[in-house]
Every structure is written in structure tokens, then in C-alpha cells.
Design a protein around this ligand. Structure first.
Ligand SMILES: [Cu+2]
Length: 149
């Protein structure tokens, strides 16, 4: 994430239509989270997070909120052009995955309890519309970490 600009929460209204996507029938999603990491933040009050949620089930689900001991608030952002917009949910498609990555959708940790150091683990809980929450111990990695290397 090279751009640090964030729009205010009022922009949520612009993307609320996303909540209409997905399936409401419930229990058929089978979710698994992997590859989560938080780059050591440059700033003291904000950090970003990336991970992949795989859905091997036949029903879509939605990531509806994220909580963490690191932050007073965790928001989900979608990157549109050069700006990030907060969204109320992110879809995990049936038989597919939700990928949170640099330059794309990601998590923003706001109001940090402390500035995390490299090597630290951050507790993150993913909450879904239908599936049970997933709790992760997410490593804090180097600021310029690239999972593809
Ligand atoms: Cu962001």
C-alpha cells in the first residue's frame, strides 16, 4: 500500500450496494483463511492487513467485520483507482476466494493500541454473514514484505 490517503466513513454510502451481492441461504460456505500478514506500519496510528479467504463450499459468504486486539477499529477497504473506499462487506464467492492484497482490497487497522513491531503477532477475528468467525494470529512483517517472493 503506497498511498496513504483515506476517504472518510461517509463514503460508505457510495458502496453500500455491494451488500446486495452474494447469497443469503447461509450454511453452505466452507471458509479457510491463509497467508495473513500485517506490514510493520510506517505511521503510528494506522496499519494495513492482507490475507486470502478461500471458500470451498457451494454458497457465497461475506466478510462483514473484522476485530483485533491491535486496533480500536478495523475497516475493510476497496481500492478504486488511486483512492481507498471503506466498504461494509467483501464477498467470498462460492468455490472461490476473497483476496486482500496490496493495491486491492485490504484491511485498515485504525486507532492502534500500540505501534506493532516486526515479529509480533496480532490477533485478528474475521466475522462473516453466515459462517462462524475465524480467529488468526497474524504476523507483523517487514514494511516492504512481498508474499510473492
Ligand atoms: Cu486503506
Amino acid at each position: 500500500m503506497t498511498r496513504r490517503r483515506h476517504v472518510s466513513a461517509t463514503a460508505v454510502a457510495l458502496t453500500a450496494g455491494l451488500a446486495l451481492a452474494g447469497c443469503s441461504s447461509g450454511s453452505g460456505a466452507e471458509l479457510e483463511a491463509e497467508g495473513a500478514y500485517v506490514p510493520k506500519p510506517v505511521m503510528a496510528d494506522m496499519a494495513s492487513g492482507y490475507l486470502v479467504v478461500k471458500n470451498s463450499g457451494g454458497t457465497a459468504d461475506k466478510l462483514t467485520s473484522v476485530t483485533s486486539d491491535l486496533a480500536g477499529e478495523v475497516t475493510m477497504h476497496r481500492t478504486v483507482g488511486n483512492t481507498m473506499r471503506p466498504v461494509r462487506s467483501l464477498e467470498v464467492p462460492a468455490g472461490g476466494e476473497l483476496e486482500l492484497k496490496r493495491g486491492g482490497s485490504h484491511l485498515m487497522f485504525m486507532n492502534l493500541a500500540h505501534k506493532p513491531a516486526e515479529g509480533e503477532k496480532v490477533s485478528v477475528v474475521l466475522h462473516f454473514a453466515s459462517s462462524e468467525p475465524i480467529t488468526l494470529d497474524v504476523p507483523v512483517v517487514a514494511t516492504n514484505y512481498d508474499p510473492r517472493k
